[in-house]
Design a protein around this ligand. Structure first.
Ligand code: PLP
Length: 223
């Protein structure tokens, strides 16, 4: 099933769109099955769970942290994480920078923007993102690289609302691309779209989708 789901999604993706297989709560056997089908990028939302899976699975997997970050746990993934999607504080960037430095690495990050109308979602306002990227404090962080932006749309079936939310982020992305010119900011990734809305996200400029249940099936959080 996992193999077929992956193939079916891959077939519909434009060449410039990267698929992150969101494997949170799923057992390593499921990840191994996706790996055997060719998938190399996996997304997790809890640091400890990602570390546990990293330790037992093949080392050519690229691990993406897509969840909300607790600063005190960044150190556990600093030696291997490939991309951190959910950064929504300058303070967190500083922690990531510090931990990356210890491992002599540069860690790629996305800033998470608030695009949903619901107020339960994490994220920075567009103004806050612009302010961070233009700040002197940010320019001094040599061990991180902001490679793009991430957003989660409202949980809704209304295609027009999804389109509006994705388009707003795409516009900010294009605007900042032209305006920010520091060595630690190279915007080329726009992470938006999940199982329920990735098609609309791609139509509106996404270059990276984070898909879980459409690949691995529904999650059971009570296990
Ligand atoms: C869980 C999660 C996803 C994947 O959700 P699905 O609806 O299962 O595709 C994508 N992005 C984030 C940030 C998530 O937490």
């Amino acid at each position: 099933m996992i193999k077929e789901n992956l193939k079916n999604i891959q077939l519909t993706l434009p060449e410039n769109v990267t698929l992150v297989a969101v494997s949170k709560t799923k057992p390593v056997e499921d990840l191994q099955e996706a790996y055997n089908a060719g998938q190399r990028i996996f997304g997790e939302n809890k640091i400890q769970e990602m570390v546990d899976k990293y330790n037992v699975l093949p080392k050519d997997i690229q691990w993406h942290m897509i969840g909300h970050l607790q600063s005190n746990k960044v150190k556990y993934m600093a030696h291997f994480v490939d991309l951190i999607h959910g950064v929504d504080k300058l303070k967190t960037l500083k922690v990531i920078n510090k931990e990356a430095k210890k491992h002599d690495r540069i860690i790629n990050c996305l800033l998470q923007a608030k695009i949903a109308k619901e107020d339960t979602k994490f994220g920075l306002s567009f103004n806050e993102i612009t302010t961070i990227l233009h700040s002197d404090e940010f320019a001094e962080l040599n061990n991180i690289n902001i490679v793009g932006l991430m957003g989660m749309a409202t949980f809704t079936e209304h295609a027009n609302q999804l389109k509006d939310e994705f388009t707003a982020l795409k516009n900010l992305f294009e605007d900042l691309k032209n305006k920010v010119n520091t060595e630690n900011c190279n915007l080329n990734v726009l992470s938006m779209g999940m199982s329920g809305d990735y098609k609309i996200a791609i139509e509106n400029g996404s270059t990276m989708i984070r898909v879980g249940s459409a690949i691995f099936g529904h999650r059971n959080y009570n296990q």
